[in-house]
Design a protein around this ligand. Structure first.
Ligand code: 2P0
Length: 321
């Protein structure tokens, strides 16, 4: 068996997923819609070994991180063949910038070739989902829709000019991982049932906005979805929030700029960083404005990125993070 190398890019949900369906298989409780970004990616090499190993950014992983990769390999490997998985993450790990999405999408893509599984993109997205819910969407370029049934598909976004400014608000790793936070929200938040029952309408409206090339509508729904998701977490017991004061400052600035006529819409995930959806013409002025907010560490401009793909060689690529 020859070593196999694959790359997958991170994605950010515009219409969020938050919560699991009951039962095994890591099925989401709702669908979602995301944008795969060109500036954050994971490269993963898988090869035969005498024992399972997982090396992330040059550091050998043990405990939960190794166990999660092993459980994923167990889904596809024959005769428990031992593997070495080497990943280089050009995404800040555990910071709400979806490193598990690009990580498991790259691993699924590499495993498909390594074990000769012959999966098409839909089946590949289902496999990636078993590792991490959001990973299913990183199989596809640009906009991707995740179905509640557990697979993702690419969505034609040709009528839209989509850009994302990623505003780094903290260097700290997040305190509560997404899976724990989702489960706590589902079990204890009075607003969780509303989040679930009102979700499909948001997704349908967003897909309509994409179809009509209606950037404003898509942006408004993007903000609505993230705030609704975070509101459901705030009502959990104990409450969960990922915002930092700086995150609020950035959100306030985005709203001010919108009042002045700029089209910009924010979204936040399970971390303090703010991502701003905007169009090419506004990137320059928004980036300059965001960089001037006291405390902002870095602003990165992302365009729609490619789907997961295999690499011919096994040398590692340079990243921008
Ligand atoms: C999303 N997030 O739609 C939402 C919004 C974070 C906030 O999916 O447990 O890493 O690995 O399946 O996919 C983050 O959760 O969770 C996530 P697991 P995942 O992007």
């Amino acid at each position: 068996m020859q070593p196999v190398s694959a790359i997958a890019h991170a994605n950010i949900a515009l219409i969020k997923y938050w919560g699991k369906a009951p039962g095994d298989g890591n099925l989401p409780a709702t669908g979602s819609l995301s944008l795969t970004l060109d500036c954050f990616f994971t490269q993963t090499v898988i090869q035969k070994s005498n024992q399972d190993r997982f090396i992330l950014n040059g550091i050998e992983q043990t405990g939960e991180r190794l166990a999660r990769v092993q459980a994923f390999l167990d889904l596809v490997r024959v005769k428990k063949i031992a593997c070495e998985v080497i990943s280089e993450n050009h995404v800040p790990t555990q910071s709400g910038l979806a490193s598990s999405a690009s990580g498991f999408a790259a691993l699924a893509c590499a495993a498909n070739q390594f074990f000769a599984l012959g999966l098409d993109n839909r089946a590949l997205s289902e496999l990636a989902r078993r590792g991490s819910g959001s990973a299913a969407r990183s199989i596809f370029p640009g906009l991707a829709r995740m179905h509640r049934e557990g697979y993702a598909e690419g969505i034609d976004a040709r009528k839209l000019d989509l850009n994302m400014l990623v505003v780094h608000c903290s260097n700290l790793e997040k305190q509560v991982d997404s899976r724990t936070a989702m489960n706590l929200t589902a079990q204890t938040s009075a607003y969780y049932p509303e989040w679930i029952s009102s979700h499909q309408a948001d997704l349908d409206d967003a897909l309509k906005a994409v179809w009509h090339g209606d950037f404003k509508k898509l942006g408004e729904l993007t903000e609505y979805s993230t705030l609704k998701m975070h509101a459901s977490m705030l009502a959990a017991r104990p409450a969960i929030w990922y915002f930092e004061p700086l995150s609020w400052a950035v959100m306030n600035a985005v709203r001010d700029w919108r009042r002045q006529g700029l089209q910009a819409y924010f979204t936040l995930d399970a971390g303090p960083h703010v991502k701003v959806l905007c169009q090419s013409n506004d990137v320059g002025v928004l980036k300059t404005g965001l960089e001037k907010i006291p405390g902002v560490l870095k602003v990165q401009h992302a365009k729609p990125g490619p789907g997961a793909y295999l690499l011919a060689g096994h040398s590692f690529r340079e990243g921008r993070v």
